[in-house]
Design a protein around this ligand. Sequence first.
Ligand SMILES: [Zn+2]
Length: 256
Amino acid sequence: MYSDAIVAQALALERTGRSPDSIASELGISRTTVVAWLRVGSSLVAERGASRLGRPTYRGECIDPASLDPSAYAYLLGQYLGDGCISAVKRSFRLRITCCDDYPGVMDECELAIVTVRPEAQVRRLPRTGCTELSDSWHHWPCLLPHGRGGVKHTRLIELTEWQRHLALEAAPGQFVRGLIHSDGWRGTNRVRGANGKTYEYPRYLFSNRSADIRQLFVDGCERISVGTRRMNAWTVSVAKRADVAILDQVVGPKC
Ligand SMILES: [Zn+2]
């Protein structure tokens, strides 16, 4: 029997518009199984117990963070800290994350993280110049992403709550780093001229954000997955050592 998480992932992928074939190949399971899950869909979710599928459960009036899917939440938090914001709309709050049109795979992954964190989400895609804004309205977004309001992030203190630190830095630091790099980082090539006049090229990752707090969270996340970082300039942190790049290649890889 497959784990609840796999079933939930299949259902979440379907909600982003993916075909059974592509879901099957992504999750490494047979198409027949996927089709069967999708057919029973919501009843399967009910049968297996909504809370165990990563669906947020409520503690009193609000979401219980312990019910969140750590990987999806950590990734979404990374994306959000890079390129997200929350604003008040009629009796609710809208989460918006801006994704670059050059990376449709990153955009899909971001949407998948939103619907995994909040299975009822109805993510809208709003075209902007060179990018697309993913958005979803829900009155609990500020509870899940508490530092969302009040101006630009680099002029504010960005401090994670205890449960956020647990999810992002203990439970799923790789996904947190992946989300941060998918929003404000990239894998590029560094060229250096050696003493012999020859030019050497090597891959490196860069992460750039104007908020010192967010840069520090990137450094903390990297530390948790044994990746060393170096400050490159005022706003940018680099990962350039071969062994460190190799780890990020496994956890992140080039954006697509
Ligand atoms: Zn709430």
